[in-house]
Design a protein around this ligand. Sequence first.
Ligand code: IMP
Ligand code: MG
Length: 185
Amino acid sequence: MENLNPPLAEDLRRILIDEKAIAERVDALADEINRDYRNITDPLILVGVLKGSFIFMADLSRRLTIPHIVDFIAISSYGKQGDKRGEVRLLMDTRENLADHDVLIVEDILDSGNTLSYLISAFKARGTRSVSTAVFLDKPERHETEVPIEYKGFTIPDVWVVGYGLDYKEKHRTLPYVAEMIPQA
Ligand code: IMP
Ligand code: MG
């Protein structure tokens, strides 16, 4: 019989989280968000951090039954993989004015924590009513800053992962699962 699963790319070591596990977890996170925000009157503003969050955002937002608005932000953090200066720069702001709104930041992965801690303080400074975070993956071994996560997908070890929005130099971003990369020489 024909094998319908394409082989794992040669630069990938193993699948860490498969499609089914992702779908079940995103369902559960959406249930929690629907419950926690069931009484809101103004729409919740979901702010996805580009590019890595776009698939998580698409799946999560489509499971929300509460009123919500989808928005995005783009930032660049200096010191990817290697040198770490912990600097974060805003490249593209949200379309929505966040003041007086409940905001949920949607992020692909919590690594050092610098990106999220910057965004949380920046959004609070805009007079938001509340700011919470939904993070698909968490690498606790890498944290430099403690950041509160209200909705967490999975905890993973300190390895470079790709798929479900996450990339390595723009590669493997649209794989339906999360895979561990073989470290590049
Ligand atoms: P921070 O260090 O928590 O500020 O995270 C910075 C960003 O690095 C994340 O939002 C991701 O875009 C990226 N990143 C960190 N670890 C990984 C990984 O394992 N795979 C792909 N991207 C990652
Ligand atoms: Mg990111």
